[in-house]
Design a protein around this ligand. Structure first.
Ligand SMILES: Cc1ncc(COP(=O)(O)OP(=O)(O)O)c(N)n1
Ligand SMILES: Cc1nc(C(=O)O)sc1CCOP(=O)(O)O
Ligand SMILES: [Mg+2]
Length: 222
């Protein structure tokens, strides 16, 4: 299946509301079924983020899991995202590379992945969000964690104040709230001014991932 071009990827990013990070579900062995369900439910961007063994996946295992996710994303018209590694994003033909504050600088990652890949940045303070909103080469950013979360141990909550500040800043790049967001908390996140969210456990641990994604999609798309 031919990949999306740069214009199509950026159009899809602009329209994206629901971003899911999943591990490779190695123990459950159901990555393909899980991805199919989450995408059918309305996930717009699907990132492989596997730190379940306390360390990132080996490159070959990461590429194998990305192949599974990439096929599912292509079927559903969703964007495939890689976490941290520009070389893997390039090798996997990913649409998106997500970089944290301690990952590759955006300018360096851009040299590796080229112009068509969308680059995202994590931010945890108003200063970082403001930098990500203007730094050349950044296509979107995330603000969080809204609440402390076992998915990112050791990272203190930035709270909903950061969401409020980012919403008030008039940022023109797409930005997503992340961290501790579930069905019960989504209304607070939306009320704070976000209209895009990233979730992990709310879908990866759901009994019915398709229904969980559909629940978020319905509320985020109004
Ligand atoms: C979409 C999205 N937002 C934030 C993160 C977190 O990135 P980072 O701070 O680099 O932490 P790790 O995920 O690498 O542990 C993300 N991965 N994706
Ligand atoms: C991967 C990650 N990054 C964060 C950040 O604030 O940058 S919070 C987070 C984990 C979010 O997981 P859950 O939806 O299960 O709480
Ligand atoms: Mg990272």
């Amino acid at each position: 299946m031919p990949g999306l071009d740069a214009t199509q990827i950026r159009r899809k990013l602009a329209d994206a509301r629901l971003y899911l990070c999943t591990d490779a579900r190695t123990e459950r062995g159901d990555l393909a079924e899980f991805a199919e369900a989450a995408l059918a439910g309305g996930v717009d961007i699907l990132q492989l983020r596997d730190k379940s063994a306390g360390a990132p996946l080996e490159a070959r295992a990461e590429l194998a899991a990305l192949e599974v996710l990439g096929e599912a994303c292509a079927r559903h018209g969703a964007l495939l995202a890689v976490n941290d590694r520009a070389d893997i994003a390039l090798a996997a033909g990913a649409d998106v590379l997500h970089l944290g504050q301690d990952d590759l600088p955006v300018s360096v990652a851009r040299r590796v992945v080229g112009e068509h890949v969308v680059l995202g940045r994590s931010t945890h303070s108003a200063e970082q969000a403001s930098a990500a909103a203007t730094e050349p080469g950044v296509d979107y950013f995330c603000t969080g964690p809204c609440w402390t979360t076992p998915t990112k141990p050791g990272r203190p909550a930035a709270g909903l104040d950061l969401v409020r500040e980012t919403a008030a800043s008039g940022a023109t790049r797409p930005w997503f709230a992340i961290g501790g967001i579930d069905a019960a908390r989504l209304p607070e996140v939306l009320a704070a001014g976000a209209d895009r969210v990233v979730v992990v456990r709310a879908i990866t641990e759901a009994e019915d991932p398709r229904a969980a994604a559909d629940w978020f999609r319905t509320r985020l798309r109004g």
